[in-house]
Design a protein around this ligand. Structure first.
Ligand code: PXL
Length: 286
């Protein structure tokens, strides 16, 4: 069984971070080993007065024990951090547990819609620029991408400009860059754009725009990418399948969820993700 070290926070309520990563990857047949960066009562998107405990002090002890146990991981997946001070610790973690063939996916979770999330500081943006250099794949949304590059936030750009942004992001160190929630002038679709720096290829996936924004969707997307990559689907197919599944979850949940702050009702979709495990054989082959 493939094993992922998931470096992310735990929100008690709402589908985000580890509450998302565990069901998705478990349903895809991947074992999740959590390295929690913070504990919160809820995610920070739309809930006032959330309780927040930064786990920077604790994380060192957690990692030391994992080292003593000689654990190894097929993937290190990092996301929301409790403090910018965790970046140094996580860089060491990656260096220690990295193997020639394991995947490092860094989701630089910092903000959306042109704004930083309430708990994220400018120091985090600076440190995250350093951390993404250690990723094989990074998955910023357009807000995070523009913060990482320190350029003006614009939701909408033409494809040539997005390609330039993808190249600039890959120059920060990660071989593969996936940019989510992009918009193009004159096109009302939502774009997922990607650049594979090793093959020097660009990819674009278009989804019809759905007028609803479930918090935690970025975590769901990154978890799916990790899952499909570990199932050896390859970069291009992993993106295609992740975008299709996200789109399906959003369209089928739209209008059915009373309070969208709770995020996507993942439980309704996990059976389908498990069923993907079954192989389809032609009767003549049996
Ligand atoms: O989905 C990203 C995320 C993760 N963790 C926490 C968050 C958010 C987004 O709001 O608040 C705590």
């Amino acid at each position: 069984m493939k094993r992922v070290a998931a470096v992310h926070d735990l929100c008690g309520f709402g589908k985000a971070s580890l509450n998302t990563i565990v069901p998705i990857l478990s349903s895809m047949g991947v074992q999740v080993c959590a390295l929690p960066t913070a504990v919160l009562s809820t995610h920070t998107g739309g809930y006032e007065g959330f309780a927040f405990e930064d786990l920077t002090e604790y994380m060192g002890k957690h990692i030391e024990h994992w080292k003593k146990l000689n654990l190894d991981f097929d993937c290190i997946y990092t996301g929301y951090l409790g403090s910018y001070k965790q970046v140094e610790l996580i860089k060491d973690f990656i260096e220690y547990f990295e193997r020639k063939d394991n995947l490092v996916l860094i989701d630089p979770v910092m903000g959306d819609d042109g704004e930083l999330y309430p708990s994220i500081t400018e120091d985090m943006v600076k440190e995250m620029r350093e951390l993404i250099a250690h990723g094989d794949i990074i998955t910023p949304n357009v807000t995070e991408a523009q913060m990482l590059l320190n350029i003006e936030y614009k939701g909408c750009r033409n494809i040539a400009e997005w390609k330039e942004i993808l190249i600039k992001l890959s120059k920060l160190g990660a071989k593969k860059v996936v940019l989510t929630s992009a918009k193009e002038e004159g096109n009302d679709k939502v774009l997922t754009l990607a650049y594979d720096g090793e093959e020097e290829r660009f990819y674009k996936i278009e989804n019809p725009h759905v007028d609803v924004s479930f918090p935690g969707t970025g975590d769901t997307f990154a978890s799916l990418v990790v899952g499909y990559m570990l199932k050896e689907e390859g970069f291009k197919e992993s993106l295609r399948k992740s975008c299709s599944f996200i789109y399906k979850m959003i369209t089928e949940s739209n209008g059915k969820v009373k309070d969208i702050r709770e995020g996507l009702p993942l439980e309704s979709f996990m059976r389908e993700l498990i069923m993907e495990e079954f192989e389809l054989l032609e009767l003549s082959e049996i």
